[in-house]
Write a protein that binds this ligand. Structure first.
Ligand code: CA2
Length: 146
Protein backbone atom coordinates (compact mmCIF):
# COMPACT_ATOMS: atom_id res chain seq x y z
CA UNK A 1 0.00 0.00 0.00
CA UNK A 2 1.27 3.48 -0.87
CA UNK A 3 2.42 5.79 1.91
CA UNK A 4 0.03 8.67 2.58
CA UNK A 5 1.02 12.25 3.40
CA UNK A 6 -1.55 14.43 5.13
CA UNK A 7 -1.15 18.11 4.22
CA UNK A 8 -3.00 20.30 6.72
CA UNK A 9 -3.61 24.01 6.26
CA UNK A 10 -4.83 26.44 8.90
CA UNK A 11 -6.81 29.67 8.95
CA UNK A 12 -7.07 32.03 6.00
CA UNK A 13 -5.05 29.83 3.69
CA UNK A 14 -8.29 29.37 1.69
CA UNK A 15 -7.79 33.04 0.75
CA UNK A 16 -4.49 32.41 -1.04
CA UNK A 17 -4.28 34.04 -4.43
CA UNK A 18 -7.09 36.48 -3.75
CA UNK A 19 -5.21 39.18 -1.82
CA UNK A 20 -1.74 40.00 -0.41
CA UNK A 21 -0.08 38.59 -3.55
CA UNK A 22 3.10 40.53 -2.67
CA UNK A 23 3.46 38.32 0.42
CA UNK A 24 1.88 35.01 -0.59
CA UNK A 25 2.05 35.02 -4.39
CA UNK A 26 -0.77 34.46 -6.82
CA UNK A 27 -1.33 30.71 -6.54
CA UNK A 28 -4.55 29.52 -4.95
CA UNK A 29 -4.82 26.75 -2.37
CA UNK A 30 -6.45 24.59 -5.06
CA UNK A 31 -3.32 25.16 -7.19
CA UNK A 32 -1.18 24.01 -4.24
CA UNK A 33 -3.42 20.95 -3.73
CA UNK A 34 -3.11 20.03 -7.41
CA UNK A 35 0.68 20.51 -7.48
CA UNK A 36 1.09 18.38 -4.33
CA UNK A 37 -1.21 15.65 -5.66
CA UNK A 38 0.75 15.57 -8.95
CA UNK A 39 4.08 15.45 -7.12
CA UNK A 40 2.75 12.67 -4.86
CA UNK A 41 1.69 10.66 -7.93
CA UNK A 42 5.15 11.16 -9.44
CA UNK A 43 6.76 9.91 -6.22
CA UNK A 44 4.28 7.09 -5.58
CA UNK A 45 2.70 8.55 -2.43
CA UNK A 46 -0.94 9.40 -1.79
CA UNK A 47 -1.84 12.94 -0.71
CA UNK A 48 -4.67 13.96 1.61
CA UNK A 49 -5.05 17.75 1.54
CA UNK A 50 -7.18 19.66 4.08
CA UNK A 51 -7.82 23.25 5.15
CA UNK A 52 -9.73 24.58 8.14
CA UNK A 53 -10.20 27.97 9.73
CA UNK A 54 -10.91 26.39 13.11
CA UNK A 55 -8.28 25.56 15.74
CA UNK A 56 -10.29 22.63 17.13
CA UNK A 57 -10.79 21.12 13.70
CA UNK A 58 -7.06 21.43 13.03
CA UNK A 59 -6.43 19.49 16.28
CA UNK A 60 -8.94 16.83 15.07
CA UNK A 61 -7.17 16.59 11.70
CA UNK A 62 -3.79 16.21 13.42
CA UNK A 63 -5.16 13.44 15.66
CA UNK A 64 -6.62 11.65 12.60
CA UNK A 65 -3.15 11.38 11.04
CA UNK A 66 -2.23 8.78 13.67
CA UNK A 67 -4.50 6.18 12.02
CA UNK A 68 -3.52 6.28 8.37
CA UNK A 69 -0.72 8.73 7.55
CA UNK A 70 2.99 8.08 7.06
CA UNK A 71 3.91 11.74 7.39
CA UNK A 72 2.41 15.18 7.96
CA UNK A 73 2.96 18.55 6.30
CA UNK A 74 1.34 21.40 8.18
CA UNK A 75 0.99 25.09 7.53
CA UNK A 76 -0.80 26.11 10.72
CA UNK A 77 -1.15 29.74 9.54
CA UNK A 78 -1.45 32.21 12.40
CA UNK A 79 -2.04 29.36 14.89
CA UNK A 80 1.71 28.66 14.54
CA UNK A 81 2.28 31.74 16.66
CA UNK A 82 -0.48 31.20 19.23
CA UNK A 83 -1.58 27.60 19.67
CA UNK A 84 -0.38 25.35 22.47
CA UNK A 85 -3.27 23.02 21.54
CA UNK A 86 -1.72 22.41 18.10
CA UNK A 87 1.74 22.00 19.68
CA UNK A 88 0.29 19.38 22.08
CA UNK A 89 -1.56 17.53 19.29
CA UNK A 90 1.59 17.34 17.14
CA UNK A 91 3.90 16.20 19.92
CA UNK A 92 1.99 12.92 20.33
CA UNK A 93 1.92 12.20 16.58
CA UNK A 94 4.65 9.63 16.12
CA UNK A 95 5.31 10.56 12.48
CA UNK A 96 7.67 12.92 10.62
CA UNK A 97 6.11 16.39 10.59
CA UNK A 98 7.23 19.22 8.31
CA UNK A 99 6.06 22.75 9.09
CA UNK A 100 5.69 24.90 5.98
CA UNK A 101 5.21 28.65 5.69
CA UNK A 102 4.78 30.31 2.34
CA UNK A 103 6.29 33.57 3.54
CA UNK A 104 9.55 34.08 5.44
CA UNK A 105 8.05 34.54 8.90
CA UNK A 106 11.43 35.78 10.22
CA UNK A 107 11.46 38.70 7.79
CA UNK A 108 8.00 39.85 8.92
CA UNK A 109 6.46 41.28 12.09
CA UNK A 110 8.11 40.15 15.35
CA UNK A 111 4.93 38.31 16.45
CA UNK A 112 5.46 35.91 13.53
CA UNK A 113 9.05 35.07 14.51
CA UNK A 114 8.03 32.48 17.12
CA UNK A 115 6.26 29.23 16.24
CA UNK A 116 4.85 26.81 18.83
CA UNK A 117 4.96 24.18 16.08
CA UNK A 118 8.66 24.33 15.17
CA UNK A 119 9.91 22.57 18.36
CA UNK A 120 7.67 19.57 17.60
CA UNK A 121 8.36 19.51 13.85
CA UNK A 122 10.95 17.28 12.21
CA UNK A 123 11.81 20.13 9.84
CA UNK A 124 10.70 23.62 8.87
CA UNK A 125 10.50 25.24 5.43
CA UNK A 126 9.61 28.90 5.10
CA UNK A 127 9.90 31.74 2.64
CA UNK A 128 9.96 29.66 -0.54
CA UNK A 129 6.36 30.25 -1.55
CA UNK A 130 4.15 27.35 -2.60
CA UNK A 131 7.30 25.48 -3.69
CA UNK A 132 7.86 24.80 0.02
CA UNK A 133 4.98 22.30 -0.04
CA UNK A 134 6.55 20.43 -2.98
CA UNK A 135 9.92 20.36 -1.22
CA UNK A 136 8.23 19.00 1.90
CA UNK A 137 6.49 16.23 -0.10
CA UNK A 138 9.89 15.26 -1.54
CA UNK A 139 11.57 15.33 1.88
CA UNK A 140 8.96 12.98 3.36
CA UNK A 141 8.93 10.65 0.33
CA UNK A 142 12.72 10.35 0.59
CA UNK A 143 12.35 9.26 4.23
CA UNK A 144 9.75 6.61 3.32
CA UNK A 145 11.99 5.02 0.72
CA UNK A 146 14.89 4.60 3.14
O1 CA2 B 1 3.53 32.29 5.42
C1 CA2 B 1 2.66 31.47 5.79
O2 CA2 B 1 2.43 30.43 5.19
C2 CA2 B 1 1.80 31.80 7.01
O3 CA2 B 1 1.58 30.60 7.72
C3 CA2 B 1 0.50 32.36 6.46
C4 CA2 B 1 -0.46 32.85 7.53
C5 CA2 B 1 0.27 33.80 8.50
O4 CA2 B 1 -0.61 34.13 9.57
C6 CA2 B 1 1.54 33.18 9.06
O5 CA2 B 1 2.18 34.13 9.90
C7 CA2 B 1 2.48 32.78 7.95
C8 CA2 B 1 -1.63 33.61 6.87
C9 CA2 B 1 -2.45 32.73 5.94
C10 CA2 B 1 -2.79 33.40 4.64
O6 CA2 B 1 -3.57 34.56 4.81
C11 CA2 B 1 -4.03 35.23 3.72
C12 CA2 B 1 -4.92 36.25 3.99
C13 CA2 B 1 -5.43 37.01 2.92
C14 CA2 B 1 -5.08 36.72 1.61
C15 CA2 B 1 -4.19 35.68 1.36
C16 CA2 B 1 -3.68 34.93 2.41
Amino acid sequence: MADTIHILNGPNLNMLGSREAEIYGTVTLDDVREACTDEGARLGVDIVFEQTNSEGTLVDLIQATRDNASGVIINPGAYSHTSIAIHDALRVVDLPVIEVHISNIFAREPFRHHSYVSPVATGVICGLGATGYILAVNALAAQFSH
